[in-house]
Write a protein that binds this ligand. Structure first.
Ligand SMILES: C[S@@+](CC[C@H](N)C(=O)[O-])C[C@H]1O[C@@H](n2cnc3c(N)ncnc32)[C@H](O)[C@@H]1O
Length: 255
């Protein structure tokens, strides 16, 4: 059985950086960054977080753009293993939570294959911060008893989901990497009975100075998302709080 190691034992610490701002970084993550010898980071790590890394630390940018990786996963794995072989205190820094759509498993497997130890410090995922920024919770008694975290695309292309379940009234889903597949998602959900009037909120550049909130509906989702150039989380089933009367929400909670 694989052992998850204590800080002193681990050759590599996987760290979730949160979606952008320093205030969304955990204290454990900050400590790991300050004690690091090497930090290998992704494109989605916020500038505020990178600025907290001491100047003497070696920074390795393995950023990837959208669908077409500029650095392949194999190259990232090889870099991680090589740095960990050459000494301790290697941090692998990933945007959001490293355990959510973060290719964590591939990198853990590469370390295991090389006989190297690791530990994981999770971070705030972009959906949590996006929901907070629109004044909503991701679950609510009487509305949704579960939360879906889904991706717009997987290794095969646009990702299939449990559309029938997701289309039920009151369901909430946080859709990651959903910009290119927005029309596909809209079509699948409406085909399975979702109303075109279902609330959808797009939060672009969560936790960054350029953050934008776009309240829309499922019917208008593809057009709304077309104007987003930055990373975006699509909150299906949620409207920005100001767009709904709190009296209506109270009635739903009490119902
Ligand atoms: C490869 S996934 C990484 C998710 C990340 N591990 C997390 O927990 O947020 C990349 C997708 O996450 C979402 N994302 C990550 N950071 C974001 C941010 N600051 N603002 C909006 N969306 C973000 C977007 O949907 C983006 O396409």
């Amino acid at each position: 059985m694989t052992q998850v190691h204590t800080p002193a034992q681990a050759a590599v610490t996987f760290v979730g950086a949160g979606p952008g701002a320093a205030e969304h970084l955990t204290l454990g993550a900050l400590r790991a960054l300050q004690e690091a010898r090497v930090v290998i980071h992704d494109r989605l790590v916020g500038a505020e977080v990178l600025a907290l890394i001491p100047a003497h630390v070696t920074l390795v940018d393995v950023g990837k753009e959208g669908f077409g990786p500029s650095v392949t996963q194999n190259q990232i794995n090889a870099s991680l293993v090589a740095h960990a072989m050459s000494g301790p205190r290697v941090v692998r820094l990933k945007g959001g939570d490293c355990g959510i759509f973060g290719r964590l498993d591939e990198e853990m497997a590469a370390l295991e294959a090389a006989g190297l130890s690791f530990r994981i410090l999770p971070g705030l995922t972009s959906a949590s911060v996006a929901a907070a920024s629109i004044g909503q919770s991701l679950t609510r008694r009487g509305r949704n008893a579960s939360l879906r975290i889904v991706t717009g695309h997987d290794m095969e292309g646009f990702a299939e989901q449990d559309w029938r379940g997701m289309a039920r009234p009151g369901e909430v889903a946080a859709i990651y990497m959903g910009k290119k597949s927005a029309r596909f998602i809209q079509g699948r959900l409406m085909m399975h009975g979702a109303s075109g009037a279902t609330d959808v909120t797009i939060v672009e550049n969560v936790s960054r100075p350029e953050q934008r909130i776009l309240g829309t509906t499922l019917a208008a989702l593809p057009e709304a998302v077309a104007g987003c150039s930055g990373p975006a989380v699509i909150l299906f089933g949620l409207a920005p709080r100001a767009a709904r009367s709190s009296v209506a929400v109270l009635k739903e909670v009490q119902a």
